[in-house]
Design a protein around this ligand. Structure first.
Ligand SMILES: Cc1cc2nc3c(=O)[nH]c(=O)nc-3n(C[C@H](O)[C@H](O)[C@H](O)COP(=O)(O)OP(=O)(O)OC[C@H]3O[C@@H](n4cnc5c(N)ncnc54)[C@H](O)[C@@H]3O)c2cc1C
Length: 429
């Protein structure tokens, strides 16, 4: 039997930098509510917030297998892109991409409003993002992205190798660009702040994994280790693990990726980091590594992908150390302060699994590598859909998650494609 929720090998590195949270409640008995939301990530919380805007009297229960900040939503690299990811950007479908970007920007504005309203201390800043290439494949991908930005009339600044080095302290990248449409945040602090400031009619149950969902008469029963949750409506927002609850089995896979943070750099190391004090860099090639310099002078690197199981974090740490040292050789011998893995929901064509799949049963999963903002958008839209409110045709705009063969074919396909892409994007790993 596959696990219906993630159990990670290492603690979340971002969460480890924060003070301990007060303990929350868990499901300890049977519960009845109007709507049960599985997953307290960006998608689940957005669905819950929008639900109570439409139905303020409803009792909403959110079930999460982890604690806020410690689980998947706190484990990402903290890029909040206001426009489509490079891999999604299609210069031949500019009107569609513009419509998507408009919705993504509106979701981002909602996040900014929330952070400001509740004074969530997550270092949210519109730092923009670098996108840079270190090999031929990456340079080709960068050109394709430039074509999209031009067609969409989005601003950017092209940067040669020396300009990148001057700003971020590495000459590793041969060319790049800077575009302003991206916020950076401390993701564990962001999701903790969101979870701590939910409207009163929403109850968040931590450490309460959904183990199964079944229909009993006209209600849904969600089984948890210490009680069943009965609800008229269920929203499945647990991303990569939805399929292990029987939802989207043929459309979403769990992909693990890894990140590491150094301790704050000091002295000569800090001085050699370039003129930009806090920045984020996304790889031009989709299998490349992500980099960040945090406001407190740490470096973050994110890299590597594994299908359906988390690799040994010590092995990953040595790969990440090597990748960071190739970018910043002056670091010499160093060890990371934190190394961790996280699961994200991958779909074959990058489109989400989204919509109404059964009587009062809804799902949003598979935001691939961009779910902080997109999850916020899709989660809220799911509650709109459940309330028969007008919803843009998300499947036409963002696409529909395509079918994937079952294992072992799926695993073989993933290993083949990622092996090939890894070779192509080797220069940016
Ligand atoms: C290392 C890393 C770096 C990334 N970097 C970025 C980035 O910079 N920007 C970006 O936008 N995205 C990034 N991503 C992807 C991003 O984290 C996801 O797309 C995003 O978190 C999706 O949000 P979500 O709410 O849909 O799902 P998730 O964040 O996965 O949340 C799902 C929630 O459901 C819970 N859950 C799972 N199963 C169960 C169950 N059975 N019962 C109850 N609860 C359950 C989990 O604990 C979790 O809290 C990254 C991912 C990783 C791993």
């Amino acid at each position: 039997m596959k696990l219906t929720y993630p159990i990670y090998k290492n603690d979340c590195g971002w969460n480890a930098l924060l003070p301990e949270s007060p303990p929350g409640q868990s499901v300890s008995d049977d519960i009845t509510c109007d709507v049960a939301i599985i997953g307290a990530g960006y998608t689940g919380l957005a669905a819950a917030r929008r639900w109570v805007e439409h139905s303020p009297g409803d009792r909403v229960a959110i079930l999460d297998s982890s604690d806020p900040g410690e689980g998947s939503p706190g484990r990402n690299s903290g890029f909040l892109l206001e426009i489509s990811l490079a891999n999604d950007a299609d210069p031949t479908a500019v009107d569609r991409m513009r419509a998507c970007n408009k919705m993504i920007a509106a979701a981002m504005a909602d996040i900014v409003e929330l952070v400001n309203r509740f004074d969530i201390q997550c270092n949210l800043a519109r730092s923009g993002t670098y996108r840079a290439a270190a090999g031929e494949e990456g340079l080709a991908a960068l050109e394709a992205y430039v074509a999209f930005l031009d067609a969409a009339e989005l601003p950017y600044e092209k940067l040669a190798r020396a300009e990148l080095q001057q700003r971020i302290g590495t000459d590793f990248y041969h060319a790049g660009l800077y575009s302003p449409h991206c916020y950076l945040a401390q993701p564990a602090a962001l999701i903790r702040g969101m979870a701590a400031n939910l409207p009163r009619s929403i109850a968040l149950y931590q450490r309460s994994p959904a183990l199964g969902i079944r229909r009993v008469g006209d209600t849904w029963q969600v089984k948890t280790p210490h009680g069943d949750v009965a609800a008229r409506t269920v929203i499945v927002a647990n991303n990569a693990f939805a399929k292990n609850l029987g939802v989207g089995r043929s459309r979403v896979a769990a992909i693990y990726t890894y990140a590491a943070l150094t301790a704050p750099l000091t002295g000569n190391h800090l001085r050699r980091l370039g003129s930009d004090q806090a920045w984020g860099l996304l790889p031009a090639h989709r299998l490349g590594s992500t980099l960040r310099r945090t406001a407190d002078g740490r470096l973050l690197i994110r890299s590597c992908y594994d299908y359906e199981s988390e690799a040994d974090n010590d092995t990953v740490a040595s790969i990440l150390t090597d990748a960071l040292r190739r970018r910043f050789p002056f670091l010499g011998e160093f060890s990371f302060a934190q190394v961790w893995g996280g699961a994200t929901g991958l779909t074959l064509n990058g489109a989400p699994l989204w919509g109404n799949i059964d009587d009062n049963l809804y799902v949003s999963a598979g935001c691939n590598g961009g779910g902080v903002v997109k999850g916020t958008l899709f989660g809220a839209a799911l509650s709109d859909l459940a309330h028969s409110k007008p919803v843009p045709d998300l499947q036409k705009l963002f696409g529909r998650a395509s079918w994937m063969p079952p294992d072992p074919l799926r695993r073989i396909g993933f290993e083949l494609i990622s092996g090939l892409e890894r070779r192509r994007g080797k220069a940016e790993i």
